[in-house]
Design a protein around this ligand. Structure first.
Ligand code: CIR
Length: 354
């Protein structure tokens, strides 16, 4: 079975795939493969654990995952090269985290009229630095990690206070409600599956959300933690502040998140590391979207435009998901500011074209 394939078998498959265009294919040279194939991380992770998904799915865009935080050191030879190409940075430099002064933010509500911005969301990924990523985690470790995380949720107070719902044993009613709320996550991504992302599904996975349902945390979906703050309308300041308070609360409760000089916060997929922050709005821009300059307009602002049902989907009714494209090499505050400036420019252009 190829899921258990040896590193030699995986490499042979990749090496023989002349049409493969993934970043793994571009960057795992024979020399690098030879140098790395017998190495192990301190969590016991191997090169095979990192490249399995990309070798079994030759249509991958990235094709490599980190088997654990230590992979970013042990397999830096190939991961650094992938990171530079994905994030389009010539060198791996990343500032210290900087969320900005929450009392002096440069932004408030990006659309007080309420006519254009349907909703606003900011999320970050975080990894516990004492646990591996899915390929090396045992069921017991994942359950222990879930316990550590739940203990930190107990510290949420005020508007962050809420409840944790483990996926395992979840009632049909809760499942239905969470599907309607779009909170539930599933085991339906073949890339993630082949990376080990669904090992021992669904134990150790779950969803925390607050009473107002404008803050939630995914536990062991793709990353150990995805913290998500969101609400209807364009009040970016409210959404961002809520998220920062939540991150600070979790850190203050004793959790330590995996970070590396030059790379920022570490995530399972190298595409998400750095600030690991994605700030987005769902915005009605039918006129801008129909104009031939739409793509270049967004590119120039470092804004990524997606359909509203996730990556690689089409837009519905002229509503687009606009987010910061850059995650590495800038601070969290700069990433949010970049998105804010881009969204304001898109909004002004939409009005101009209407
Ligand atoms: C690929 O390489 O296409 C998949 N492993 C997904 C890469 C994008 N990253 C992600 O969704 N976290």
């Amino acid at each position: 079975m190829l899921a258990m394939a040896s590193v030699e078998e995986l490499w042979a498959k990749l090496d023989g795939a002349a049409d493969c265009k993934s970043l793994l294919k571009n960057n795992l040279t024979k020399e690098r493969y030879e140098a790395l194939k017998d190495k192990k991380t301190k969590f016991g992770g191997t090169l095979a654990d990192c490249i399995r998904s990309g070798c079994l799915n030759l249509d991958s865009g990235v094709g490599i995952y980190a088997c654990d935080p230590d992979a970013y050191t042990v397999f830096a030879d190939v991961l650094d090269a992938v990171i530079k190409e994905y994030h389009k940075v010539p060198e791996l430099k990343h500032p210290e985290p900087e969320m900005g002064d929450l009392d002096k933010l440069n932004f408030g509500d990006l659309d007080p009229s309420g006519e254009y911005i349907v909703s606003t969301r900011v999320r970050v990924g975080r990894s516990h630095d004492s646990y591996g990523f899915p390929p090396v985690l045992t069921k017991q470790e994942r359950l222990k990690m879930e316990e550590d995380t739940k203990a930190a949720f107990e510290k949420f107070s005020g508007e962050l206070a809420g409840k944790y719902f483990p996926l395992e044993g979840m009632s049909k009613e809760d499942q239905k409600q969470m599907t309607e709320d779009h909170f539930l996550f599933k085991d339906d991504d073949r890339f993630l599956r082949d990376a080990g992302g669904y090992n021992d599904w669904c134990s150790g996975r779950g969803i925390f959300f607050n009473t107002a349902k404008n803050f939630l945390v995914w536990v062991n979906e793709e990353d150990h933690l995805r913290l998500i703050s969101m609400q209807k309308g364009g009040d970016l300041a409210a959404v961002y502040k809520r998220l920062v308070v939540a991150i600070n609360t979790m850190t203050a409760s004793g959790l330590s998140f995996a970070k590396r000089d030059g790379l920022g916060y570490l995530t399972f997929c190298p595409s998400n590391l750095g600030t690991a922050l994605r700030a987005s709005v769902h915005m009605k821009i039918p006129n801008l979207a129909a104009s031939p300059e739409f793509k270049s307009f967004c590119d120039n602002l470092n804004i990524q435009a997606r359909g509203i049902h996730g990556e690689h989907t089409e837009s519905v009714g002229g509503v687009y998901d606009l987010s910061n494209k850059r995650r590495l090499g800038l601070t969290e505050y700069q990433a949010v500011e970049e998105m804010r400036v881009g969204v304001e420019a898109c909004l002004a252009k939409e009005k101009e074209l209407a």
